[in-house]
Design a protein around this ligand. Structure first.
Ligand code: HAM
Length: 412
């Protein structure tokens, strides 16, 4: 038997229903902030990802030669593609430009629970503005997205990469060697960090509170900038209790430069990070100095985290099953069926000519909320017999009142 490739998943109807509802919630939130949807190609020239991240990225992505001998890679994320798209077709658009996307991305990783080779990003990019308020809005948007899904157990960490960068500069670390130290911090390699002459000092610097950062720095402007961003967050109802300041939040990707943040759902265990983002610069690949801010949710992990809290959002409204009884009732049953479907009420039809008993048992197994029984009497009286599949109760409702009845129906 041919099985699905490692690190991929089949998504069953029940999962898709939940995913679509969560997606709808996220779309509503970002659209309410003025973001508009875009899409970029699933594959790009490999160079797009090599330019900023260097040759080592090849190990982590799906890269191959196409039939025309071109180097092609499946997108491992959207941010670089969105920047390419901006430089190819949006440079004249007045800023700020607010874009969002949802789609699958591909990374050649070692699969485990919550870590896949094909997964989905729901993300945003805010191109142009370079103010603390823009950083605050970027962070609050991500925060708002998680809150609106109903997830309770999540934690947000915020940092400004410029604080660490300034510290390292003042310790005499050359620009080219900073990345190595950032990498060690990202991987929590404390022993390796201690090999630097300032190792001890660096660790206690990172462990200290926002108010104390300034004691370690000559140039304190990055701390002031972060403070302004946090002040900005208050306008969105996000205060100190809702996040922690954590200088070890350095982000894995190479393009971030300023304020960054991550959101964790601790109940997911090892792969608990559900969102990451911040301020970044990718313009240099295209010869501009445009800056942007954004974030991406690991959409699959967000849905997993909701599942861990037993939150399974699905669209409102009952799922109904129509059982016509006898040939004479068919015309009337179809009238009712199309009337309901025109009103966007979900109605499935018995297609296998089963007996009422068997059709009802199918409706029961499939978790329908309501079954409609339509026979000779119903046709004669212009009514529908409505069977509540959870309680077994039956009521008769006139055809005219049926839509209203179903709209007011409370799922149990
Ligand atoms: P990222 O942190 O690499 O950021 O990915 C975003 C999210 O994708 C992560 O926080 C995590 O939830 C999820 N994720 C990462 N790898 C996997 C995996 N193998 N399986 C399942 N989920 C995964 C970015 O990609 C940036 N482009 C975000 C951004 C947008 N920054 C600015 N704008």
């Amino acid at each position: 038997m041919i099985e699905r490739p490692r690190g991929t998943r089949d998504l069953f109807p029940e999962e898709m229903e939940i995913r679509n509802t969560v997606e709808g919630i996220l779309r509503n939130v970002v659209e309410s902030y003025g973001y508009r949807e875009i899409m970029t190609p699933t594959f790009e020239h490999t160079d797009l990802f090599l330019k900023k991240s260097g040759p080592s990225i090849i190990e982590e992505i799906y890269a191959f030669k196409d039939k025309g001998d071109r180097d092609i890679a499946l997108r491992p994320e959207f941010t670089a593609s969105v920047m390419r798209m901006y430089h190819e077709g949006m440079r004249e658009v007045p800023k700020p430009i607010k874009l969002y996307y949802i789609g699958s991305v591909f990374r050649y990783e070692r699969p485990q629970s919550g870590r896949y080779r094909e997964f989905w990003h729901f993300g945003t990019e805010l191109i142009g503005p370079n103010t603390p308020q823009a950083d605050a809005e970027n962070i609050s948007l991500a925060y708002d997205c998680v809150s609106k899904t109903g997830l309770k157990g999540f934690e947000m960490r915020i940092s400004n990469l410029m604080i660490l960068s300034t510290y390292l500069e003042e310790q005499g670390v050359p620009e080219g060697e900073k990345d190595e130290i950032f990498h060690l911090i990202d991987k929590e390699e404390e022993e390796e960090l201690m090999k630097y002459p300032f190792g001890d000092d660096l660790i206690s610097f990172m462990d200290s509170d926002l108010e104390d950062f300034k004691e370690y720095l000559k140039d304190t402007s990055p701390v002031d900038y972060l403070t302004s961003v946090l002040d900005g967050l208050k306008y969105y109802g996000i205060d100190e209790d809702d996040y922690s300041i954590d200088l070890s939040t350095v982000r894995g990707l190479d393009y971030y430069q300023g304020v960054v943040f991550e959101i964790d759902a601790p109940n997911l265990g090892a792969e608990k990070q559900i969102c990451g983002g911040g301020d970044y610069k990718l313009g240099s690949i295209f010869g501009t100095d445009v800056t942007a801010k954004g974030f991406a949710f690991g959409f699959d992990r967000l849905v997993l985290a909701l599942g861990e809290e037993n939150i399974s959002p699905v669209s409102d409204g009952p799922r109904c099953y129509m059982i016509p009884i006898g040939e004479e009732a068919k015309g009337y049953a179809f009238e009712v069926l199309s009337m309901l479907r025109d009103d966007s009420i979900t109605v499935d039809l018995e297609l296998m000519d089963r007996t009422i008993g068997k059709a009802l048992s199918y409706a029961d197994k499939m978790g329908f909320d309501i079954a409609f029984l339509v026979g000779e009497n119903e046709v004669k009286d212009g009514i529908v017999t409505v069977k509540n599949m959870k309680t077994g109760e039956q009521t008769q409702v006139s055809k005219e009142d049926l839509v209203k009845y179903l709209c007011e129906y409370d799922k149990i």
